[in-house]
Design a protein around this ligand. Structure first.
Ligand SMILES: [Fe+2]
Ligand SMILES: [Fe+2]
Length: 164
């Protein structure tokens, strides 16, 4: 069954979303580790969605999961400039975007909380969306042929396996 993704596509077409992606792409041009542009967001979206489907969790809705994943790192460029934690920045920058793209206050709240939680991989009090984002964020890394394996603190042989 095809789901309408109207609000998510509106988000991707939003001028501020493109601006944040441009800034991140520019600042990560020389980065040898995983980057945080559109492809990363889309990867996390698809993995978080399959993870929740496999768990039988269908309460969140596909658009909520995709929006959260596509926005979870949009504040990276601020972290590069000021050192502020990008989970907090991304949540803050996501708010007006979600509102303008037609997400309800309830959906917006769940998305913002999930974005704030996406770096807390080992905590057990995460929201469902925060947990899905944290897990998907790890599995979205394509480590197998990465030339920076030896320098990456995230790398381990297990990271070469495919789960999603
Ligand atoms: Fe992140
Ligand atoms: Fe990420």
């Amino acid at each position: 069954m095809l789901h309408a993704m109207t609000r998510v596509n509106k988000l991707l077409d939003h001028k501020d979303y493109s601006l944040y992606m441009e800034r991140i792409n520019h600042l990560e041009k020389e980065r040898i580790f995983c980057k945080h542009g559109f492809e990363h967001g889309l990867g996390v979206a698809r993995i978080a969605y399959s993870y929740l489907l496999e768990k039988g969790e269908v309460s969140l809705g596909k658009e909520v999961i995709y929006a959260a994943a596509l926005l979870h790192d949009i504040g990276r460029w601020v972290e590069y400039q000021t050192g502020e934690d990008h989970a907090e920045v991304s949540a803050r920058l996501a708010l007006p975007l979600l509102k303008e793209c037609g997400f309800s206050p309830e959906d917006t709240q769940a998305i913002v909380v999930g974005i704030k939680e996406h770096r807390r991989h080992h905590d057990d009090d995460l929201s469902l969306l925060g947990e899905a984002l944290a897990i998907a964020d790890d599995w979205a890394r394509d480590c197998r042929y990465c030339s920076a394996q030896n320098q990456c603190y995230k790398f381990s042989p297990a990271m070469k396996q495919i789960v999603y």
